[in-house]
Write a protein that binds this ligand. Structure first.
Ligand SMILES: C[S@@+](CC[C@H](N)C(=O)[O-])C[C@H]1O[C@@H](n2cnc3c(N)ncnc32)[C@H](O)[C@@H]1O
Length: 342
């Protein structure tokens, strides 16, 4: 990639993604955009990858891994009282040049692949809604599972609108808090619906049992987002207690074969969040066609977002061969709030 193009990406990233979310990354992005040496370094990112996310992820990864440099004093994920961000850039620059070899290796080899467990805040009521409709155990198939954390939505505890009342797995290590907006709240079951199987598919699986994958996923969370980091850590602990079947491959192509393995007493629930926007158009149509064909033989639900629009959770399903379609909720990208429409 040309450095002029990368410079523009950092400028846009500063205003559209960082502002209001990370003052540190906003400040760094503005400075990097005019720094030829750092732009040169960032140009090692593989084509198709979001450059700023990968670049910042690489630096964060090396710091979390223990690189001993004063830059760490500016990261809220590492020190409890970070120094004033306005003095951070010279340290950031020095770090990048000192560790340029390590950074290039990361940029060439790693992918931006988050796994946002906060999104379970709206998946939980959505699955309750499905369960209330069908009253049969759920067999989960997640496309774009990353490391599988959302396959465990029934193992987490939920609290809405700062209420004392909790839902799901009350004793879970992870409490997911979210704001529920709108005048027609969903029916949220106190106890998690029964889940009989969990299968996750991804083009590249992140294995949280592998310390390097674990650290990489953590590094992709921005340093100020300490709540997201601690949710990730707690969810990872839950994952280690729970058997998951994670399969590497194209979730669209593998779907039919995987669905065939699901016992008839469970209802198939295919779901994916923030995945369909990465699929080519023909894959989206192929996915819907495959679900329709399965739906002629048995009941199936399909819960997803970001296919034809952004920020809306859709539910399509076939019951007794008949097709239904609903929009369940409007949501924040990280699940911090959602507005139920179902
Ligand atoms: C932005 S991440 C979202 C991960 C997770 N669903 C979440 O919400 O945290 C998108 C994931 O979808 C995966 N992906 C994209 N297209 C896919 C496909 N056709 N089959 C399987 N995985 C896919 C990517 O590899 C990546 O891990």
């Amino acid at each position: 990639l040309e450095t002029a193009l990368i410079s523009n990406r950092f400028k846009t990233f500063a205003t559209t993604e960082c502002r209001g979310s990370s003052t540190l990354y906003e400040h760094f992005s503005e400075q990097i955009a005019t720094d030829d040496e750092l732009l040169q370094l960032a140009s090692y990112v593989r084509p198709g990858q979001p450059v700023p996310n990968l670049f910042f992820g690489a630096v964060h990864y090396l710091l979390l891994k223990g690189s001993n440099h004063e830059l760490r004093e500016y990261y809220r994920s590492i020190v409890s009282k970070p120094r004033d961000f306005t003095t951070a850039f010279p340290y950031f620059r020095d770090f990048c040049l000192k560790y340029s070899h390590e950074i290039i290796q990361i940029l060439k080899n790693k992918l931006v692949q988050t796994n946002e467990v906060g999104r379970c805040s709206y998946l939980y009521p959505a699955f309750c809604y499905i369960y209330e409709k069908i009253k049969r155990p759920l067999a989960l198939i997640e496309i774009g599972t990353s490391s599988g954390l959302q396959l465990l939505w029934d193992k987490y505890c939920y609290s809405y609108n700062s209420n004392e009342e909790v839902y799901g797995e009350a004793l879970s290590d992870l409490i997911i808090k979210s704001e529920m907006k709108g005048v027609r709240p969903p029916v949220i079951l106190k106890q998690s619906p029964q889940v009989t199987s969990r299968i996750g598919i991804d083009l590249h699986i992140n294995d949280l049992y592998n310390p390097d994958d674990y650290l990489w996923l953590k590094s992709l969370i921005w340093p100020e987002h300490t709540q997201r980091i601690s949710s990730f850590e707690s969810a990872s602990k839950c994952l280690k207690l729970q058997p998951l079947e994670l399969i590497e491959g194209d979730g669209v192509k593998l779907l039919t074969e995987i669905a065939l393995k699901i016992p008839q007493d469970s209802v198939i629930c295919v779901f994916h969040t923030h995945v369909a926007n990465q699929m080519p158009e023909e894959s989206k149509y192929e996915l819907l066609e495959r679900i329709k064909i399965i739906g002629q033989e048995r009941d199936i639900f399909h819960l997803y977002n970001n296919m034809w629009d952004l920020g809306l959770i859709h539910l399509e399903y076939y019951l007794g061969g008949k097709a239904y379609s609903e929009t369940l909720a409007e949501t924040d990208g990280h699940g911090r709030w959602f507005k139920w429409k179902g």
